[in-house]
Write a protein that binds this ligand. Structure first.
Ligand SMILES: *[C@@H]1O[C@H](CO)[C@@H](O)[C@H](O)[C@H]1NC(C)=O
Ligand SMILES: [Cu+2]
Length: 231
């Protein structure tokens, strides 16, 4: 099944119009990250909510995060927004440290007190990606009040998502704007394998790239719709 992202995004728009202004989705500023390396395939979308609502985050892991692979006794994988894009040849070390514009530092944060966490410490605030037998994790979504989409030091744009295994960086992908006005093949600008953080095309095949984008958009539509209805 192939869905045009423009269609899906109009669903998002319709959902936001019918609900409270307080939590309207700013569809034009959605950011995405597609990770595809070391057998780990994961898709992330970050949809801004108006009026300082932060972001609705949508995550889907297609493969790679198996129980067998997980080192940590918790059976989980940490993941964060890091300050820099992915380096040449999928170099996750080049992404630098965690996004931390508030200089919270590496002090142990807890999900119960997310303001003690670095803005980029997504697993600290929302829990680790839990390993499964198959390595795929069904789509999940949550609201993050801290993620920002603007400001030179605060925006998540142009940065990266890094997945860790007991601290070790095992996969990463750039965060890029998800352009609703283009067709799926051209709107998909992120490529974790692109050198020096350049955004090019999503995977190599446009149809599979379009499918990923459509699936992601559908996920966000559902997630945002669910979040809006929950208010
Ligand atoms: C996991 O990380 C902890 C903390 O850095 C370390 O002490 C431990 O040896 C690691 N476990 C494995 C199996 O690598
Ligand atoms: Cu990290």
């Amino acid at each position: 099944m192939f869905l045009k992202s423009s269609f899906v995004l109009s669903v998002i728009a319709a959902a936001s119009y019918t609900c409270q202004a307080q939590s309207q989705l700013v569809a034009s500023q959605i950011m995405a990250s597609v990770i595809n390396m070391n057998g780990i395939e994961a898709n992330f979308m970050f949809a801004p909510l108006a009026n300082n609502g932060g972001a609705q985050v949508w995550i889907e892991v297609k493969s790679g995060l198996t129980k067998k692979f997980a080192v940590s006794p918790t059976g989980g994988f940490e993941y964060h927004i890091h300050v820099k894009p992915v380096g040449p040849n999928n170099d996750c070390v080049a992404t630098g440290g965690h996004l931390d514009p508030g200089n919270v530092g590496a002090a142990k944060c807890t999900a119960a007190k997310p303001d003690t966490c670095q803005e980029g410490d997504l697993s600290g605030k929302h829990g680790e990606l839990k390993a499964t037998e198959s390595g795929s994790i069904p789509p999940q979504s949550y609201n993050d009040k801290y993620i920002r989409f603007s400001g030179e030091t605060t925006t998540i744009a142009g940065r990266s998502v890094v997945i860790h295994n007991n601290g070790t960086r095992v996969a990463c992908g750039n965060i890029y704007p998800f352009d609703q006005s283009s067709s799926p093949s051209t709107s998909a600008k992120g490529d974790s394998s692109a050198p020096d953080g350049q955004v090019t095309s999503l995977h190599s095949g446009t149809s599979s790239g379009g499918q990923v984008v459509a699936t992601m958009a559908m996920g966000v539509a559902g997630a945002v719709f669910g979040a809006l209805m929950a208010f």
